[in-house]
Design a protein around this ligand. Structure first.
Ligand code: ZN
Length: 391
């Protein structure tokens, strides 16, 4: 395992080690944990974390709570590639975690995962909550910054502090991201996409985001952040009014498929129904609906070709918040074809006929996501949940 590497990143020589930085605050609460470089070619977060820790040190900034910076896929970072064998941000499932505990020989990414897992487990055991997890990313195509979250009310609340677009429910389309795993235990977790991989602005955006996140978590006092207003306005530039979006569609690239996105798409660009988006094995791929293009793939690694998203109305956001606060979801269980899972309090087992009749939207409204199909039943899993022990 590589423990420490020196790399050149954004014209700077930087030292990358698993714990990028850690500061213990006076009040011991809250605890903010930021991860950079879980994808090895997304180095902006690492540069930014190093800079933020340096400023805390140089300016003697007193923290109320604790702040940790963790490096992601160090082997992949050393080669400036997304991953070596498997994507480190797609293996955070109970099955893969169990492997870490049971198997003697671990693949390279599982070794990385094991180290991160142990650190997170220790922090959750020894420090005080509330815990805020931040995962810093960049994208292959040009983009304005945005946030991705699992749709829990505490995630939404934290995310509305930043005046940037927020995408809800990405976990329904991705298997095994770190933050979805963290959410299972009731902690707040935001994914931040800062901009294009190699654009220096991405580092600045990560820095601004980290400071705002520390202030929003009440880990640092606003007055102690010299450039606070600058950070706030520099991120707000990208979106005057914060918007929430939902994912309607994902194009999955199959193994050995020759997928090529049509050149020039920018993240959040409007697309029309039947618009030509990509070519695959000589076949034209057109959009099935009107919306905005999201995360079009312009790099070789990765199997998410593109997503299509649409804006969520303010009415829906309010209605779903109210419905969840008043525990209206209890009523779902009274419907024919819906029953609660005795093994898991957060899961509803739904008969496919009922699911078809009710539409996934209803489940989303009440905070249920991630439709898993097992046998002839659908499983909907609630995102809002109480804090539980990390395993
Ligand atoms: Zn990434």
């Amino acid at each position: 395992m590589i423990n420490q590497i020196e790399i050149e990143s954004f014209n700077e020589k930087i030292l990358v080690q698993r714990i990028i930085g850690s500061v213990q605050g006076s009040k011991k609460t809250p605890t903010v944990i930021a991860i950079g470089g879980i994808h090895g070619n997304e180095r902006a977060g690492i540069n930014a974390l190093l800079k933020v820790f340096k400023t805390i040190n140089d300016e003697n900034i007193a923290l109320k709570g604790n702040f940790y910076g963790i490096a992601g896929n160090i082997n992949a970072i050393s080669e400036n590639i997304r991953f070596k064998n498997v994507d480190l941000n797609r293996i955070w499932t109970k099955k893969e975690i169990l492997k870490l505990l049971l198997e003697n020989h671990l693949e390279i990414e599982s070794q990385e995962q094991n180290e991160i897992y142990i650190i997170i487990k220790n922090i959750l055991k020894t420090e005080k909550g509330p815990f805020y997890f931040l995962d810093l990313h960049t994208t292959s195509s040009d983009t304005k910054p945005f946030i991705t979250i699992s749709d829990s009310l505490n995630n939404r609340k934290y995310s509305s502090y930043f005046s940037i677009p927020t995408i809800l429910g990405i976990e329904e389309f991705l298997e095994g991201p770190l933050l979805t795993y963290i959410n299972e235990f009731g902690h707040i977790a935001l994914g931040f996409e800062a901009g294009q991989h190699d654009n220096e602005v991405s580092v600045d955006n990560c820095i601004a985001f980290l400071w705002l996140a520390l202030v929003a978590a009440k880990c640092v006092h606003k007055k102690d952040v010299k450039k606070y207003s600058f950070y706030k306005s520099s991120l707000s530039l990208f979106n005057e009014d914060q918007d929430f979006y939902k994912i309607d569609y994902k194009y999955t690239i199959k193994p050995f498929e020759n997928f090529k996105m049509v050149n020039g798409y920018k993240n959040f660009q409007e697309i029309a129904k039947h618009e030509l988006l990509a070519n695959s094995n000589g076949r034209k791929i057109e959009s099935k609906q009107k919306g905005k293009i999201f995360m079009p793939l312009y790099q070789k690694k990765g199997d998410d070709g593109f997503f299509v998203i649409t804006r969520i109305s303010k009415f829906w956001l309010k209605a779903s918040r109210l419905a969840r606060k008043l525990h209206f979801h209890q009523f779902l269980r009274l419907l024919p074809g819906v029953k609660s899972d005795k093994k898991n309090t957060y899961t509803l087992i739904v008969n496919p006929k009922t699911a078809k009749f009710l539409a996934t939207e209803i489940f989303h409204l009440f905070g249920y996501r991630k439709k898993v199909i097992k046998g002839d039943k659908y499983y909907f899993i609630k995102r809002d949940r109480k804090i539980s022990a990390f395993i």
